[in-house]
Design a protein around this ligand. Structure first.
Ligand code: X2X
Length: 333
């Protein structure tokens, strides 16, 4: 730390005497990786947050963003953020659950009825419970979760109207035990693939279907390789903004505060962006040729219940977490 302080003081002196400003590393040079295209609100708002942080820390904290899986798929980025190869990552709850199982609890099938329930749970006790579990694996999770959205199913060969249409369906799901278990319970044939593989796997018919919120279907242009979209709302999914624990603890408290505030506030704005997008995105996707239908959740829920899905996942998440979820959404099974 003494060395770093000495270097910073030297650089400050150089600026004072009017020497040309040479490109150099900031005192805290951080990398942030994510899996989404640049146009997604997650990237738009995190870019703003990085600028704000640079400004408010007078350049001491510099966050460079690597969008769109430039640093590898989710599995790679998750190990990089653990090792410190990158400092920040925004895994979906589904994906961080490969490391922190209880993190998938918000993704239990058909749990949340609306965003009112989502944010009161995730900004409240359920979110706190999950963040506690994330901290136990040495990662820091910022308080405000970012929105991915309610996941919808798209398919190429035929529309999905009831749970019976899931039978044998080759559907891509994220790398997540909960997604695999849920789609197996629906008698589908789920395959876990990194998000970077989704477009090409649909195009080459390795899979026939996928499931994602509408804004993702839009920014990743999945409408080019899918015909039908069932508004199933089967999972609510969000992104945890996480930091490598050592890097986070190495940041002085005043800088931590600036970074936390900027990231949490950007997250809240990003939620609003997704909310606004949700008003317009269906019409846009329709105009691009995607045919929509709105299946009733009843047959899906019944199949999940009868197959023992809820009972099994209650056991896996534990009574405490399950009680927090049911406290937010009502009895599930
Ligand atoms: O990979 C996906 O489907 C995505 C983009 O929704 C996640 O990050 C889980």
């Amino acid at each position: 730390a003494g060395m770093v302080a000495g270097l910073a003081a030297g650089a400050g002196t150089a600026t004072l005497i009017g020497a040309p400003r040479i490109a150099r590393a900031a005192e805290f040079d951080f990398k942030y990786g994510n899996n989404l295209p640049l146009t997604h609100p997650l990237n738009v708002r995190s870019h703003e947050a990085a600028e704000r942080i640079r400004r408010e820390t007078n350049g001491r904290v510099d966050i460079q963003i690597f969008p769109n899986n430039q640093l590898g798929g989710d599995t790679d980025m998750l190990s990089q953020v653990r090792s410190g190869g990158i400092t920040f990552f925004t895994p979906s709850a589904l994906v961080i659950a490969t490391l922190v199982p209880v993190a998938a609890i918000n993704a239990v099938g058909f749990a949340f009825a609306d965003y009112g329930q989502v944010w009161s749970a995730m900004d409240g006790k359920l979110g706190e419970h999950v963040r506690g579990a994330i901290s136990k694996v040495g990662l820091h999770a910022f308080e405000k979760m970012w929105d991915n959205g309610f996941r919808q199913m798209t398919s190429g060969a035929k529309p999905i109207q009831t749970a019976a249409d899931m039978d044998g369906l080759k559907i891509r799901v994220p790398v997540s035990p909960l997604s695999i278990a849920m789609f197996k319970s629906l008698s589908a044939a789920p395959a876990s693939l990194q998000f970077s593989e989704v477009y090409s796997s649909l195009q080459t018919r390795i899979v026939d279907a996928q499931e994602n919120p509408l804004p993702i279907i839009q920014v990743a242009k999945l409408y080019e390789v899918q015909k039908y979209c069932a508004l199933s709302n089967h999972i609510w999914d969000g992104f945890w903004f996480i930091a490598n624990g050592r890097a986070w603890r190495g940041l002085p408290p005043d800088l931590q505060k600036i970074v936390s505030t900027a990231i949490n506030e950007a997250g809240v704005q990003q939620r609003e962006d997704i909310k606004a997008l949700n008003q317009s995105v269906q019409a846009d996707l329709q105009s691009k040729g995607l045919a929509f239908n709105q299946p009733s959740p009843d047959s899906f829920r019944a199949k999940l219940r009868d197959s023992g899905f809820y009972g099994e996942w209650k056991g896996r998440f534990g009574d405490e977490a399950w009680a927090l979820l049911e406290g937010a959404v009502g009895k599930l099974a």
